[in-house]
Each structure stands twice: as C-alpha cells, then as structure tokens.
Design a binder for this molecule. Structure first.
Ligand code: FES
Length: 158
C-alpha cells in the first residue's frame, strides 16, 4: 500500500498480539504493534485481544477510543495534513483547507470514500517560518499554495 501499511491479516495480527503478551507488554503495546503494521485495528482483533489479555470488549474499546492514534478503519492510501495553527493561519492555512474542500469535497478530518486520500488538520509542525505548512504522506511540505496542492492531488490520484 502507498501509505506503507500492509493489508489486514488475521494470522499476522494474532502473531503480533501473542508477541506483545509473551514479552510481558501491555494491551497498549499490542495495539501499537497492530497499528504500526496495518495502520488500524480491525474488529477481528478484538476477540483475540480479549482472550490474550483477559480483558472485556468494553475495556479494550475503552483504550482504543481514548487514544487518537488507534483507528478502527483502514487509513487512506495518502494523507494530506494542513497546519491550522496560528502562524500558518496568518499566511493562508485556513484558505488552503477551504481550497481543498472545494477541490475534493472533503473537510479536514474526512477521507474520500474510495480510500485514496484523507485530509487532516495538524496544529504546528515546527515549520512556522515556512508556512503555510503541512505534511503529505508524512513528508514535510512548506510554502504551500493552491497550485502546489492541486499538483499533489493530481499526483496522488495516479
Ligand atoms: S503554526 Fe504551522 S507549522 Fe507552526
């Protein structure tokens, strides 16, 4: 997958869960391992997690829903993050999110139904002097403008 994650596999998921447990690690460590490999925690992992860590479904879902990093759906193939913090706002960061909405129909925090691209807001990447800033597939992007984003969208769509 372009986002670096592999497609969900029950056998591999079970192996990761068991590795965490045998190493004496916590549920959170197992969830992190699953997320690092698959990009999300599939519903099919809940029962093995319950059995392995002797926890209830509610306890596991309580942890996964508490942390933003634990998603329950596969991530988009590409992610565009736009900084919405003050320094980037001052140089047009918000206007860029409006532009992307006009181009894609997606607000920040939404993903295309085909899973190709997701838009996310971030709040300062330490690139304030070079805003508007963002990340495209985890790579820093600075001095963003509408033309750059249009070109990136076209590139990511291929
Ligand atoms: S405010 Fe956007 S990178 Fe710091």
């Amino acid at each position: 997958m372009a986002n670096g994650f592999v497609h969900w596999g029950d056998k591999q998921a079970l192996m990761l869960i068991n590795q965490s447990h045998k190493a004496g690690e916590s549920l959170t460590h197992a969830l992190r391992s699953l997320t690092d490999v698959f990009g999300y925690i599939d519903e099919r992992a809940i029962t093995p997690l319950m059995q392995t860590f002797a926890l209830s479904r509610a306890e596991i879902l309580g942890v996964t829903s508490y942390y933003d990093d634990f998603r329950d759906t596969p991530p988009a193939r590409h992610v565009i993050r736009l900084c919405q913090a003050e320094a980037c706002q001052a140089v047009g960061g918000r206007e860029l999110s409006t532009h992307l909405f006009a181009k894609t129909g997606l607000a920040l925090g939404e993903a295309a139904k085909n899973g190709q691209v997701a838009l996310e807001a971030v709040y300062c990447l330490g690139l304030c002097a070079n805003g508007p800033a963002g990340q495209i597939d985890d790579k820093p992007a600075v001095h963003l403008d509408a033309a750059i984003l249009d070109a990136k969208l076209a590139e990511l769509d291929q």
